[in-house]
Design a protein around this ligand. Structure first.
Ligand SMILES: Nc1ncnc2c1ncn2[C@@H]1O[C@H](COP(=O)(O)OP(=O)(O)OP(=O)(O)O)[C@@H](O)[C@H]1O
Ligand SMILES: [Mg+2]
Length: 271
């Protein structure tokens, strides 16, 4: 028998009872972002509010230009809001200086981009260590951690390869390992499977599933329903505003996982 908590999480009755609501990974309130150009002001976000509890897995969807990347960039401390508040845990990052944001970014955020953003001159292991390098940490312990993460994402036999010696899916796995090296507060991914074929997409989504099962909070932007249905919740933006915010039923997630697995098996059989 199972019970469902306020966030829709199903807990076995044998597991310890939660002592209160789950902590929030992030809390977004009336978030506004305006880009002032020469002849006009673009209102990319127009008062977006929602919370993400720790351990959640959120897909952000919406038409092109609806503000998805703008929102993710602010969560990732890559950009600052014009107005509103944005808390990571207990810290309001909307008022922080650029230096403070840079510290938070390198210490607490994992970011995965559609185009991988790896450094071509560096090997797989070195690319994974980049966020630690920015924190001045570059010893044998850090290298060992990078090797463990490379192995975890299935690249244990590619440690000294350069990005241009890897497939797109392998490059994205390096980017995921890099995003985990600072043991981040959450992993943010902007269309992480946008450049990948369906087999590789499934491999990447399986890694996200695993990370989330381990308790890691994931916020991912996607245009694809198939990808969004692997998340626990879908937030849709429209014209810079929150349009809908709906949970994904566990049965729908399971059905999508099975559908992907079947499609991959069929494609592999044809190879
Ligand atoms: N640096 C910028 N300067 C000016 N306008 C910008 C800037 N970045 C984004 N915008 C504008 O803000 C709006 C939201 O852009 P954003 O990149 O967040 O959309 P998106 O939902 O991620 O779209 P897509 O699905 O195409 O990636 C768009 O109208 C865009 O043109
Ligand atoms: Mg975008």
């Amino acid at each position: 028998m199972s019970v469902t908590d306020a966030y829709g999480t199903t807990e076995s009755q044998n597991s310890p009872k939660p002592t209160g609501p789950r902590r929030l990974a992030t809390s977004i309130r009336d978030l506004t972002k305006e880009y002032v150009l020469k002849s006009e002001t673009v209102r990319a976000l127009r008062g977006v509010s929602f919370d993400v509890p720790e351990g959640d897995y959120v897909a952000i969807m919406g038409p092109s230009g609806s503000g998805k990347s703008t929102l993710l960039n602010m969560l990732g401390c890559l950009d600052k809001p014009t107005a509103g508040s944005l808390c990571l845990g207990d810290d309001d990052i909307s008022k922080m200086t650029d230096d403070q944001l840079a510290d938070i970014r390198s210490q607490r955020i994992g970011f995965v981009f559609q185009s991988y953003n790896l450094i071509q001159q560096l090997s797989v292991v070195e690319n994974i260590q980049v966020p630690l390098y920015y924190q001045g940490k570059l010893g044998p312990k850090e290298r060992q951690r990078a090797i463990e993460l490379a192995t975890r994402v299935g690249l244990g036999d590619r440690l000294d390869h350069r990005p241009n010696q890897l497939s797109g899916g392998q490059q994205q796995r390096v980017a995921i390992a890099r995003s985990l090296v600072n043991d981040p507060f959450f992993v943010l991914a902007d269309e992480p499977t946008g450049n990948l074929d369906s087999i590789t997409t499934d491999e990447i989504l399986a890694i996200f599933d695993q990370l989330n099962e381990e308790g890691r909070t994931i916020i991912l932007v996607t245009h694809e329903d198939d990808v969004a249905l692997r998340a626990k919740r879908i937030v849709r933006l429209k014209d810079g505003m929150l349009h809908t915010d709906e949970p994904v039923a566990e049965s729908d997630r399971e059905a999508m996982r099975e559908r992907h697995a079947r499609a991959v098996a069929e494609l592999r059989a044809r190879e």
